[in-house]
Design a protein around this ligand. Structure first.
Ligand code: MN3
Length: 247
């Protein structure tokens, strides 16, 4: 390699790094909806850990299928259903808040896209334990104790009939446990308990059946070992600052 070629390839490499960092930043903005007008499709966010990272509580096979098939399909079908609707120009909050005005395919697949995007971040291989700081204080204020909150969440998740999600949300400045059917979520204008989601658990059978079969209770109790309280606390702080970018 002569000197000129060396400089040229070095510059091209540098330009590549710049270009890829802009692309990465663009992706994050599209997910957050901050630059909604520049979005041309909804991107499935990367899984923030390896497929086997949450073992033994969530097995590799279930996680891979859940992320690479179920979530990917919701994302793809959301994009297909969104074509020609003007939805790409709207933020996720606007879409969910007006979901009753869109076709059912948008509600089901847009919900599936967002709910899973949130759910992956709510777990971590170094998760578990219990929250600290202002989130701990708010849980004690509104439920009495962390244990009482977890009992209420467990009961709601266990008793949810059919397919759906269990949530910890902020509703009217208060922490509330609620559930939604199918792929609905608390940001949608069609649900009974509307609010800002702090924590969610997917209780569709596809989330646990391979490992736990019909023992949903085991899946729910395992979940507490991987809850990413740092992320949940960050969401609470963001809500307090009215900085409620969703995913
Ligand atoms: Mn699922």
């Amino acid at each position: 390699m002569d000197k000129r070629t060396f400089i040229k390839s070095g510059l091209l490499g540098f330009a590549g790094i710049i270009a890829s960092s802009f692309t990465a930043r663009g992706m994050v903005s599209r997910i957050l909806g901050k630059n909604a007008k520049r979005r041309s499709e909804f991107i499935q966010p990367g899984l923030p850990y390896a497929f086997d990272a949450l073992e033994p509580y969530i097995d590799r096979e279930s996680m891979e299928l859940h992320y690479a098939k179920h979530h990917a399909t919701y994302t793809q079908k959301f994009n297909e259903a969104a074509k020609g609707t003007g939805i790409f120009e709207k933020s996720i909050r606007e879409i969910m808040g007006n979901i009753s005005n869109y076709p059912l395919a948008i509600r089901n697949n847009g919900g599936g896209y967002l709910n899973h995007s949130l759910f992956w971040n709510m777990m971590s291989p170094v998760g578990g334990g219990s929250p600290s700081g202002i989130l701990r204080d708010a849980i004690e204020r509104d439920f009495g104790s962390q244990e009482a909150f977890m009992n209420e969440f467990n009961t709601a998740a266990q008793n949810l009939f059919g397919s759906g999600w269990t949530w910890l949300i902020i509703k009217d400045n208060k922490l509330v446990v609620t559930t939604t059917q199918n792929q609905d979520n608390p940001l949608m204008d069609v649900v009974a308990d509307k609010g800002f989601p702090l924590l969610c658990l997917d209780v569709w059978e596809h989330a646990y059946y391979m490992k736990n079969q019909n023992r949903r209770k085991d899946y729910i109790s395992g979940f507490w070992n991987v809850v990413n309280w740092d992320y949940v606390s960050q969401r609470y702080t963001n809500w307090q600052k009215r900085n409620t970018g969703i995913a």
